[in-house]
Design a protein around this ligand. Structure first.
Ligand code: PFF
Ligand code: NA
Length: 454
């Protein structure tokens, strides 16, 4: 039985779903900290350079490819040749692995939404997070017992994802995006407004944006910028291919892609102001330097922020709620895209109905998530995340560009997009994909492999 292929109901719906995929946990904690660590305002230069030379061109490439083939990643690559199908499956595998632990972090965020009502992270958020909350064993080889609260939150987050994705593209994902994205925007405005109106905020923001030009010649920073752009735009997971395959024939892919790509970075930068406003306030209250309060990644969201929230005047609960709810929503809109990428490939390739495919992915994904809610979970998460980011995204990205450029024909994708677009892509775009982006990403990979071995 051939099911009619799903379609987006509106242009806005597609754009919001795409932004929803892009804007995620990474924008809220990864970007701010990376910018800070890599030279503040000086990081923005490589970051924007990477956005223009790799991010947007590749986003348009993946979108244009899905729009051309009207299929999810594996069958899209199969259209180029049977022996290229694995590239699609590789991105799907990565999407699945990332989903498994990405959803664990959403589950933490969800629990922290409830913690914020009572400032339940206590006066010692660090001790709370590692000991009470995670019961962290410190090692991936010491799993210990299951943390039941997190276990049930994980189940809840999978169920939310299930109920959205089972609803289909228009009635599920699109509808959810239309609720999630405005809600997220409101939450973020609260965070930024609160962040910037606190004493010490200016110092924080200065740390965020003051350029340290001595760092700009360090190639690590460039590599970091390219890595961040890939991750933040959800490239290399087959997502943009799948999402664009649901576009009606006459859609303006280029304009949609450009809007989504820029919105995502603007979002990151705005959030960065809020985050550093708060960090500045905390440093000010404790009489220490910003460097002492800015921690990276998970620590920033689940330790530094609760600490800062504890110190807020007025009703800190409200702020905590806004922060963790925004983390949860940003995460959810990304996780539905990750799952949809896997689901759409199963539907396209195995004659499964949407319901069957979603059920399969959610049940298996949940089961794989269980080790992550044990006492060793955080350690496993760190290891998996590290390898996925390097061997997943960047490698897939470079292979994808190579095959589409030199085996397939970029012009086919280009002409097909241009036909129904107000904006046009030309030889500049082709040059980015054939030459500029692969060079930078290639250097990044070599550099990473070297530092991995040594
Ligand atoms: N772009 C998301 C973020 O920045 O958090 C992460 C992500 C979501 C990556 C979905 C990949 C993906 F498919
Ligand atoms: Na993002």
């Amino acid at each position: 039985m051939e099911e009619q292929r799903d379609q987006w109901g509106s242009r806005l719906g597609f754009i919001l779903a795409t932004i929803g995929s892009a804007v995620g946990l990474g924008n809220i904690w990864r970007f701010s900290y990376q910018a800070y660590e890599n030279g503040g305002g000086a990081f923005l230069f490589p970051y924007i350079f990477a956005l223009l030379t790799a991010g947007i061109p590749l986003l348009l490439l993946e979108m244009g490819f899905g729009f051309f083939t009207r299929n999810s990643a594996p069958s899209s690559f199969r259209k180029i040749g049977k022996k290229y199908e694995w590239i699609g499956w590789w991105s799907i595998l990565i999407a699945f692995v990332v989903t498994v632990y990405y959803i664990v972090i959403i589950a933490w965020s969800l629990l922290f939404v409830f913690q914020s009502f009572s400032l339940g992270w206590t006066a010692d958020p660090e001790g709370f997070f590692f000991n009470d909350f995670l019961n962290f064993s410190g090692s991936a080889f010491q799993l210990g017992g299951i943390q039941w609260k997190i276990f049930f939150a994980l189940l809840a987050v999978w169920l939310i994802n299930y109920s959205i994705i089972a609803g289909g593209v228009e009635k599920g994902i699109e509808k959810a995006s239309k609720i999630f994205m405005p809600l997220l925007a409101i939450m973020v405005l609260i965070i930024v407004f609160r962040g910037l109106t606190l004493p010490g905020a200016v110092e924080g923001v200065k740390a965020f944006i003051t350029p340290d030009f001595s760092k700009i010649l360090d190639w690590q920073i460039w590599v970091g910028a390219y890595g961040q752009i890939f991750y933040t735009l959800s490239l290399g997971f087959g997502i943009m291919i799948a999402y664009s395959s649901y576009l009606p024939k006459k859609s303006d892919v280029i304009k949609n892609g450009v809007i989504a790509g820029f919105s995502n970075s603007v979002f990151s930068i705005i959030v960065g102001f809020g985050v550093f406003g708060i960090l500045g306030y905390m440093a000010n209250q404790q009489g220490v330097a910003i460097a002492d309060v800015a921690t990276s990644g998970i620590g920033l969201a689940f330790i530094a922020f609760p600490k800062a929230i504890n110190l807020l005047p007025g009703i800190p609960q409200l702020f905590g709620f806004a922060f963790f709810l925004s983390l949860t929503i940003a995460g959810l809109s990304s996780s539905i895209s990750l799952i949809e990428s896997v689901v759409s490939s199963l539907i396209d390739n195995f004659n499964l109905s949407r319901k069957q495919a979603v059920t399969l992915v959610c049940v298996v994904g949940f089961l794989f998530g269980v080790p992550f809610v044990t006492s060793g979970g955080l350690a496993i998460l760190d290891i998996v995340d590290h390898f996925v980011n390097i061997f997943g995204l960047l490698v897939v990205g470079i292979v994808e560009m190579f095959v589409l450029s030199y085996v397939f024909d970029l012009n086919k994708i280009k002409d097909n997009m241009n036909k129904s677009s107000d904006l046009q892509v030309g030889s500049g775009w082709t040059a980015m994909i054939k030459i500029v982006a692969p060079i930078f990403i290639g250097i990044g990979l070599i550099q990473n492999t070297i530092s991995e071995v040594s």
